[in-house]
Design a protein around this ligand. Structure first.
Ligand code: EPU
Length: 420
């Protein structure tokens, strides 16, 4: 088993280029099943979640060919409805394949995703959405069969108490591509990854309106072609490096991602005393002598993103004064807190709210990652801790960060990945 050893104390300086967005890539790779023509997708991060989805595409008959490390050619000339369960349940990103298969084949057999360490991740909104669109949904044990019907609704509402669903929106857009005429999805998620996906869909010939807004209309049953598409930069990786700069009191420039994709996350960090600006295609994080404690609530885009909550929370352990973070999207997404507390953070969690006392010196020790973003947050803690932090369970990090240690090292971090 591999571990990461981080010797804390170095502040980070320099320029880092973020990889392509993992979540955007997952959606766009699934979308290549909509067309029988070849598609070339560039800027795909080399991470394990992507490998799983590529294997799933192959298992339903698509040809997958690496052009370069981050550029992939996919040709789904003929596909079949045979997703293997063991592979399907490995990543949440696989769920979007359902909608693409429905549009292309009129049927999809999928499986209930397993439990997840960031809390319950149901798919009821996906299944209800398919039903509202007029598809038949039946479940036997872990297997869910979705089939097309002759009657389709032209207008559905997808929202829920916690906002909309990102992959659910993607599934509804995909499924609508196979329905004749116009289908309108209200309560659609507005995350930048959905806009990127819609840009790809337009390139292959899908006609749609309202991409990136809560109301998306898709004109289905168009003849689709192939295309080349470059995936947007990973805003969550950019957010992670912003936190790495702030927590080490460094100064870094981040290229490959636009600041507005981080929505209000930047605003509230700036309100806490950071100085993050954008110029000439790069995000500039200036040295911040002292952050102040803040209150923050995770929300759908453009609100404070749940996927940077762990990294921001860790950064706030070094702020002046107490902070309070409430996690609305995944109320149990605090797996990092017990590990940070082993390092001395003294954070308390009450329900969905974490109280972070601030000004807490951290001390290196053995810590165990519980999920993707929690792993990154433990690296950040290690960067500022006294002594050596050893991060275990790196398979979580590898799901979504492409060459994270190399990038941190180039910025001056003292970090190595070795076998235990
Ligand atoms: N929800 C339901 N029922 C559903 C679907 C979602 O109740 O059928 C709830 C969820 O429990 C959650 C909220 O709706 O409270 C939003 O979940 P959403 O469906 O939007 O999440 P997702 O589509 O499964 C994507 C990203 C996540 C990211 C969330 C929120 C992918 C592959 N995953 O998940 O990314 O946290 O949107 O922005 O796109 C990550 O990259 O670390 C990650 C977890």
């Amino acid at each position: 088993m591999e571990i990461a050893k981080i010797h804390g104390g170095n502040s980070l300086h320099g320029t880092v280029h973020v990889s392509g967005s993992k979540n955007s890539s997952l959606a766009i790779l699934a979308a290549t099943l909509l067309t029988s023509e070849p598609c070339i997708i560039d800027n795909v991060p080399d991470v394990s979640d992507i490998c799983v989805v590529l294997q799933l595409l192959q298992s339903v008959g698509a040809c997958v060919e690496y052009v370069t490390r981050n550029k992939i050619k996919i040709c789904a000339k003929h596909i079949n409805n045979s997703l293997p369960e063991d592979l399907f349940i490995k990543t949440r990103g696989a769920i979007s394949i359902a909608g693409a298969m429905l549009a292309r084949l009129g049927e999809a057999d999928i499986f209930m995703p397993g439990g997840c360490s960031i809390g319950s991740r149901p798919i009821d909104l996906h299944l209800a959405g398919f039903q509202k669109l007029g598809f038949n949904v039946s479940q036997k044990n872990n297997k869910i069969s979705i089939t097309s019907s002759k009657n389709h609704n032209k207008n559905i509402f997808l929202g829920s108490k916690s906002g909309s669903t990102v992959t659910g929106t993607i599934n509804m857009i995909f499924a609508s591509c196979g329905i004749p005429g116009n289908t309108t999805i209200d309560g659609a998620a507005c995350e930048p990854e959905i806009l990127d996906l819609c840009n790809f869909l337009e390139k292959i010939g899908v006609i749609l309106h309202g991409a990136g807004t809560p109301t998306v209309t898709v004109s289905g049953m168009q003849t689709l072609n192939g295309c080349e598409h470059k995936v947007i930069g990973d805003r969550i990786e950019a957010g992670t490096f912003i936190c790495a700069s702030l927590i080490t009191k460094g100064e870094i420039k981040i290229t490959g991602c636009e600041q507005n994709m981080l929505g209000s996350t930047i605003n509230f960090l700036n309100n806490a005393g950071a100085n993050i600006t954008e110029s000439k295609d790069c995000i500039h994080v200036e040295t911040c002598k002292q952050l102040n404690g803040v209150e923050a609530i995770t929300l759908p885009y453009p609100g404070f993103a749940t996927d940077v909550q762990a990294q921001v929370l860790t950064t706030l352990t070094q702020a002046h004064g107490q902070s309070e973070i409430t996690e609305i999207i995944y109320p149990k997404r605090f797996g990092h807190v017990s590990e940070l507390n082993k390092m001395g953070a003294n954070i308390q969690v009450h329900g969905a709210t974490a109280l972070i006392p601030g000004n807490t010196p951290l001390t290196g020790t053995d810590v165990f990652a519980s999920d993707l973003r929690a792993s990154a947050s433990l690296y950040l803690a290690g960067l500022v801790a006294r002594g050596t932090t050893i991060v275990h369970e790196l398979q979580h990090l590898d799901r979504g960060y492409d060459r994270f240690e190399q990038k941190l090292k180039l910025l001056g971090a003292d970090i190595e990945r070795t076998n235990q």
